[in-house]
Design a protein around this ligand. Structure first.
Ligand SMILES: [Fe+2]
Length: 305
């Protein structure tokens, strides 16, 4: 895994093919200086958020499509409004930057949630599967991607300390080594295929069921498998990265295996990139897995909700 360092001038125009290739195959695009504005005042509003470790929500999240803020006490209306405004502005600027820099994705992407992570990552008391300090690839339990990709931009707004990541091999390498052990999907029986179609119809009609195709079932299983595999966590090849205050980085977190060892106060905006928008769709996790299984793992044309 490599970290491709980009300066401000490359952020002003669309990425070239080599950048798309690196990103889609697991490299980190790194901006020592964040390529969009975050004022000192906005940052101080966020830095004042001291979430209790016992908080129900580990992050403050913002949903751009609904303009909705979650994870913060609503009884202090003035403070809630301030944070809401900052998260909305941050999200809009991150989206605008990504849409110009990675424009081939923006034509058909789904803008997902933004989040602010106010808790120190080191030594957090969370369940094993929620630990960020164990190497994994991302899979969203409540929002199956149906083979589309998880693209995220992170920004470290900690005034003093870097955010420390460790990465290991890309999904492609890990899949060849571990996908069988994590139980690759089996060809569905005709009965199960009918059940999956029914689930898709119900989900499409807005009913509260999660339509999770074999691809997403596997990716969730793989996420858990990697975190629970002590030998892998101990022995896998590792690269350590420091992201200093004021820097940003872009990653396909379903391909770049990663762990966050320490750091506090990071902003993040997620995008669901359609398979059809990728520069190298044959290198996507679903294409790699379908090459192994020999049958489709998500209905073609199905779009994540
Ligand atoms: Fe992650």
């Amino acid at each position: 895994m490599a970290r491709i360092t980009l300066d401000g001038s490359s952020a002003g125009s669309e990425a070239g093919e080599d950048i798309y290739r690196g990103l889609e195959t697991g490299d980190i695009l790194y901006f020592p200086t964040t390529p969009f504005v975050l004022t000192a005042e906005e940052q101080s509003v966020l830095l004042a958020q001291k979430q209790a470790e016992t908080s129900l929500h580990k992050n403050i999240s913002y949903r751009p499509a609904q303009d909705r803020l979650k994870g913060i006490d609503q009884s202090d209306t003035a403070e809630w409004k301030r944070v809401h405004g900052v998260m909305r502005d941050y999200s809009q600027r991150a989206i605008a930057f990504m849409a110009s820099f990675l424009s081939r994705y923006a034509r058909d992407w789904k803008v997902d949630y933004a989040s602010f992570r106010p808790i120190e990552e080191q030594g957090r008391n969370v369940s094993h599967r929620s630990r960020n300090d164990l190497i994994h690839v991302d899979s969203f339990p409540s929002r199956p991607s149906h083979g589309d990709r998880l693209l995220r931009i992170f920004t470290n707004i900690n005034p003093e300390r870097p955010r420390i990541w460790v990465t290991s091999d890309s999904f492609e390498t890990l899949a060849w080594q571990y996908a069988g052990k994590a139980r690759l999907p089996r060809r569905p029986s005709p009965l199960r295929a009918i059940g999956s179609r029914a689930l898709r119809v119900l989900s499409g009609a807005g009913l509260p069921v999660v339509d999770r195709p074999p691809y997403d079932q596997f990716m969730l299983r793989f996420h858990h498998y990697l975190k629970e595999n002590e030998a892998f966590q101990r022995d896998c090849p590792k690269d350590r990265w420091e992201f200093p205050p004021g820097s940003s980085w872009i990653v396909f977190t379903d391909t770049t295996s990663h762990a966050c060892l320490s750091g506090q106060y990071a902003l993040e905006q997620t995008f669901i990139v359609r398979r059809g928008s990728l520069a190298f769709p044959e290198r996507s996790p679903i294409a790699i897995l379908e090459g192994m299984t020999g049958f489709p793992l998500a209905a073609s044309g199905a779009k994540s909700a």
